[in-house]
Design a protein around this ligand. Structure first.
Ligand SMILES: [Mn+2]
Length: 277
C-alpha cells in the first residue's frame, strides 16, 4: 500500500514537540504521506527546554515513533541540533542505524554544495535577536495558546480568525529587520565559506530566495516551522519546492460550520414535515 509520495530529500525544522503550539497531528499526516530517501530534521524538533512543563501528548510521541519507523524502512534521517534541543549537541556525530545526530551538515544537491544548520549561532551577533531567541519557548507558547482560545471565541461570535504572533511580527519593525538580518548573515557566512546554498531554520520564516552579494550570489532556504507555517522544503532531484500543509485546526472549524448548516437543514425539513401533516 505504498501510496506514499517518493521524494529525494525533505527538510523540516522547528517542530517543537512538547509545546502546545506544535501541530503534531498535521506533521504526522505529512510524514505518513511521503517516502523520502533523506529526511533532514534541522533543529528544535524536540523542545527539551519545555520538558519541565511536562506536556507531551500522544500525538507528539507518534511523531517520534514515525521518524524511527521511517529510518527503519530505509530513510536516512539526519537530526541536526537546534537551540531548544542543544542538550543533544554533545552527542553529535553519533549514529544509531540510519539516524545520524549532527550539529551541521554539508550535502550535495544537484552539484551545489549545500550547508545545513539550525541558525541560532547568529543570535549573538544580530541585534534584537533576543526578542525572537525564545521562539518556541514559554512566552511564545503562551502567545500561541492565548491565540488559540481567542480564535475559539472569535469563531463563536462569527468573526474571522486572527494571528496575534503574525501581527506582532509583521508590525514590529525590529522583528522584520531581524528576519532580514538573519537571512543576510546566513548568506554572507555561507558565501565566505564557499557554499552555493544555505539551509536554515530557527526564525520560523519559510523562505526560498537568491541573495546577491557583490558579484556573487547564493541560495538561501528556510524550512519554516510546524507551529504557525506548517512547511517543509522538498528536493525532487532537480529543484526545491516549499511544501505547505493545511492547518487541520481550520478544517475542524469548517466541519463545525457544516454541522451547523446540516442542523439548520434538518430543522427546515422537520418544519416542512410538520406542515405536511
Ligand atoms: Mn531555534
Amino acid at each position: 500500500m505504498s501510496s506514499r509520495r517518493p521524494i529525494c530529500a525533505v527538510v523540516i525544522s522547528d517542530v517543537h514537540l512538547g509545546t502546545f503550539g506544535c501541530h503534531a497531528r498535521e506533521l504526522l499526516a505529512y510524514l505518513h504521506s511521503i517516502e523520502p530517501e533523506v529526511l533532514i530534521l534541522n533543529g528544535d524538533i524536540i523542545d527539551i527546554w519545555s520538558f519541565k512543563k511536562s506536556y507531551f501528548p500522544k500525538s507528539h510521541f507518534k511523531v517520534l515513533k514515525r521518524l524511527i519507523t521511517m529510518a527503519q524502512k530505509g530513510t536516512e534521517v539526519f537530526y541536526i541540533t537546534g537551540n531548544h534541543d542543544e542538550m543533544l549537541r554533545r552527542f553529535a556525530d553519533a549514529d544509531l542505524g540510519r539516524i545520524h545526530l549532527r550539529n551541521k551538515m554539508v550535502f550535495n544537491f544537484g552539484g551545489v554544495r549545500t550547508w545545513v544548520f539550525h541558525g541560532d549561532i547568529f543570535d549573538a551577533s544580530i541585534q534584537n535577536a533576543r526578542w525572537l531567541a525564545k521562539l518556541g519557548g514559554f512566552s511564545y507558547d503562551l502567545l500561541i495558546w492565548l491565540n488559540h482560545w481567542l480564535n475559539v471565541l472569535l469563531e463563536r461570535v462569527g468573526r474571522e480568525k486572527y494571528s496575534l504572533s503574525k501581527t506582532i511580527k509583521d508590525s514590529v519593525k525590529k522583528a522584520v529587520k531581524y528576519v532580514g538580518d538573519f537571512e543576510l548573515a546566513a548568506a554572507e557566512m555561507a558565501l565566505r565559506k564557499g557554499y552555493g546554498r544555505v539551509i536554515c531554520g530557527h526564525i520560523h520564516q519559510p523562505q526560498m530566495r537568491t541573495i546577491a552579494m557583490g558579484d556573487r550570489q547564493i541560495e538561501y532556504l528556510n524550512s519554516g516551522d510546524w507551529i504557525e507555517n506548517l512547511t517543509a522544503l522538498e528536493w525532487d532531484g532537480s529543484k526545491w519546492t516549499l511544501y505547505q500543509h493545511q492547518d487541520a485546526r481550520e478544517v475542524e472549524e469548517d466541519d463545525e460550520k457544516v454541522d451547523a448548516s446540516a442542523r439548520h437543514l434538518l430543522s427546515m425539513l422537520l418544519n416542512e414535515a410538520d406542515s405536511d401533516e
